[in-house]
Design a protein around this ligand. Structure first.
Ligand code: ZN
Length: 730
């Protein structure tokens, strides 16, 4: 393992003509860095800058509009291995305004200039498109808050030699929809439309600029970073924010490969959800030449050869360095956090190997982690090749790295096998929680699997209680028609009800020995594809058609009934039982009013040697017991003091305690909660804590004041969701 001091952080400042060839190969290809004067950008391909900088052959131009079948596409994707299979889905996606079922984008080449001063990205994308139904007259792309400068047809061109250049196309942005954004309608030339049949291919270029208010992008000022010297940018495209980053068919059903060249100010580094490339495109970078930044810049190139849903596009730009964790894994972060990240995530390679043993070959090449600044709104985001993680996982004792196991599991369930639309989100998340727990069980034993399963059931019950048992969003398959924002429906339900369902199915058909091979077969059969819940039901039915019990599944109730599942699972709670027993003692002592010293015999010794997960299990179980009525604040204070809650570095422990202590109006907990809301922006913590504060008499004003003070430092998605939780109109 490298320490932060050993990481070549000066790498980011090297120019392409300097020491690239002297660096260790692994690091050079990982960084894929070129520093180039702006005046040379357009003609990069003809100016060999270093040995790593080889122009690619220009693809031949196609002929006229004669049933064009796509030599340009094959060349343009520049895949060096066999191309991925074409992907199909006929599912209607209520969350996309694109017409991907008629004509689909299957590959995008991006040129992106990141302007951190203006908080915009100037971009050009070349879209390779295939007609799925005959004679589509137009292409519909999703956009939100994008300025579209021009759209042009790149191929097929009228002249076999391409003389005359690209053909400008008529386009129009629809009236923006509050949730879905503006569809970009591109009319195809009438004489081309007549020649298009199923499988015809064409390519279009779109020049665009993002807005500083892009919902996918958070720009951080230097003061919001750990280093404090340089600005930072990161994106979060799930669920439907990719459209505010680039024009695309923003549906999981529209998988595509991509390549990108990103220009950033020196000395910053760009990373994407792709494998870094050591070559720039053969045709040069004509569109980056449109923009001339008045400062020195660097170029980074990327290739994603596995088709991904657009929500998996990701970009981060900042002062970044890295440490190696394994042969295909490293952790990236700001230099001051690399060492802590390398320590915390040391088990990543082990998780990856366990994932492969269960789910099959890892197809994405690299698995790197990017440890983000504190405002990252999620625990982790499974961006392919580069999982984004929150620094709230840095407990110092590796106790929260099950999030990494979760994101690794997404390499199969979610990223490779993908929900067709956000209504079937449980196929991403329920399966991923299931696989995450299988990975943990494989590494730490079956009791660990059972412990997490039991904890998940507690979480599920609490979520159903919070949302209401008849709330339609507690359905495993919710209805998102009519412009419902998938962010509004987001909850633990698809995760934990999904897991619960899969565990039920596993036990029904005969346990893990039978179900594990099914899981591997399911992944193999659906990789590179998208599917709906009905597709899953059919696959399960066929696989287990000789198992009588498998015919008993009440699919409609599982899929469409709100509230708790129709069947109760039983888990082995041996690891959790001590925690649950202690929770019962505190519950009883509080209810009986026995006093402020806690249960008889309560002492720190009782929890000595417990894992942090057991502490969380204790606090969550106590929360479940006390859901109907808050605890007394004398008791919460005593509990915190006895177990050293305020000394804990573990964000989950503090969070679980605050959920108990806020309703108790425990003044010390209220101010510690406000501090936690100021210091990080992870929605898992923000939303329940803001809601709890807002519900309590003593905390209501504190919630509003804290949000007014620091709300602008949150990611746009987090800010929007918290504002809605607090009833604040943005
Ligand atoms: Zn997930």
């Amino acid at each position: 393992m490298l320490t932060a001091q050993q990481v070549p952080s000066a790498l980011a400042r090297r120019s392409c003509s300097s020491a690239l060839s002297q660096l260790p190969l692994e690091i050079r290809t990982r960084s894929a860095l070129f520093s180039v004067p702006n005046s040379q950008i357009a003609s990069l391909a003809s100016q060999p800058c270093s040995s790593a900088f080889r122009p690619r052959a220009r693809p031949p131009h196609p002929g006229r509009y004669q049933r064009y079948q796509g030599p340009t596409l094959r060349a343009a994707t520049r895949t060096r291995s066999s191309p991925p299979p074409l992907l199909r889905t006929m599912a209607d996606d209520h969350s996309s305004r694109s017409n991907f079922n008629d004509i689909r984008v299957i590959h995008s080449d991006f040129e992106l200039d990141v302007n951190l001063d203006k908080k915009i990205i100037e971009g050009y994308v070349k879209l390779n498109v295939v007609a799925d139904r005959g004679s589509p007259s137009h292409l519909l792309l999703d956009t939100r808050d994008l300025t579209i400068h021009r759209v042009e047809l790149l191929s097929p061109l009228q002249s076999p030699t391409g003389e005359g250049g690209p053909i400008p196309l008529k386009f129009q942005l629809d009236e923006p929809h509050k949730v879905l954004g503006s569809a970009l309608r591109v009319d195809l030339p009438a004489d081309l439309v007549g020649t298009l049949t199923h499988g015809s291919r064409l390519s279009l270029g779109v020049r665009f600029t993002t807005s500083p208010s892009s919902s996918a992008v958070q720009f951080l000022d230097p003061a919001q970073t750990a280093g404090g010297r340089h600005p930072y940018l990161f994106t979060q495209c799930q669920a439907i924010h990719a459209r505010s980053l680039v024009p695309c068919q923003d549906s999981p059903g529209a998988k595509m490969t991509y390549s990108a060249v990103v220009r950033v100010p020196q000395p910053l580094t760009a990373l994407m959800s792709a494998v870094p490339d050591d070559e720039l495109p053969a045709g040069g970078l004509p569109h980056l030449a449109d923009v001339e930044p008045p400062y020195p810049t660097s170029l980074f190139a990327f290739q994603q050869k596995v088709p991904i849903a657009p929500y998996l596009l990701a970009l981060a730009v900042g002062e970044l360095s890295s440490a190696t964790l394994g042969p295909r894994t490293r952790v990236w972060s700001e230099p001051s956090m690399v060492e802590a990240g390398a320590h915390e995530f040391a088990d990543t390679a082990k998780f990856l190997e366990a994932g492969e043993a269960i789910a099959g070959e890892y197809l994405w090449g690299r698995y790197d982690l990017l440890l983000l600044p504190p405002s990252f709104p999620y625990g982790g985001m499974e961006n392919p090749c580069l999982t984004f993680v929150t620094p709230t996982l840095l407990a110092g004792d590796r106790s929260l790295t099950n999030v990494v196991a979760h994101e690794i599991a997404h390499s199969w369930t979610g990223n490779l096998v993908t929900n067709a639309t956000w209504e079937h989100f449980w196929l991403n998340e329920g399966f991923t929680v299931f696989l995450e727990r299988k990975i943990l069980g494989r590494l730490y034993g079956p009791a660990t699997f059972q412990f997490h399963a039991a904890q998940g059931a507690v979480k599920l019950a609490a979520e159903v209680e919070r949302l209401g048992a008849d709330n339609p969003y507690t359905r495993l398959v919710p209805d998102l028609s009519g412009g419902v924002d998938p962010d509004d429906v987001f909850s633990s339900i698809p995760y934990e009800k999904g897991f619960y369902f899969l565990y039920y199915l596993q036990e029904l058909v005969g346990g893990a020995d039978v179900f594990d091979p099914f899981l591997a077969a399911y992944i193999m059969a659906h990789r590179h594809k998208t599917l709906t819940s009905a597709d899953f039901r059919n696959f399960f039915g066929e696989y287990f058609n000789k198992v009588p019990a498998a015919q008993d599944v009440d699919w409609n109730t599982w899929f469409f009934s709100p509230g708790m599942p129709p069947v109760t699972n039983t888990y082995d709670t041996s690891l959790a039982q001590q925690a649950y027993d202690l929770a019962m003692k505190w519950h009883t002592c509080d209810v009986m009013g026995i006093g402020s010293d806690g249960p008889e015999g309560a002492s720190p010794a009782v929890v000595a040697g417990w894992s942090s997960e057991q502490m969380v299990a204790f606090l969550d179980k106590l929360g479940q017991f006390r859901a109907p009525q808050p605890m007394h604040r004398t008791v919460t204070k005593r509990l915190a003091e006895l177990y050293g809650i305020y000394d804990s570095n573990n964000a989950e422990i503090r969070y679980s305690f605050f959920k108990l202590a806020i309703p108790a109006e425990d003044d010390q907990a209220l101010s510690a909660t406000a501090a936690m809301l100021r210091n990080q922006g992870r929605m898992k913590f923000l939303r329940p804590l803001y809601r709890a504060l807002h519900r309590s008499k003593a905390g209501r004003q504190l919630a509003e004041d804290t949000f007014a003070e620091v709300g602008m430092s949150y990611h746009p998605i987090a800010r929007k969701m918290v504002a809605s939780d607090l009833g604040i109109k943005e």
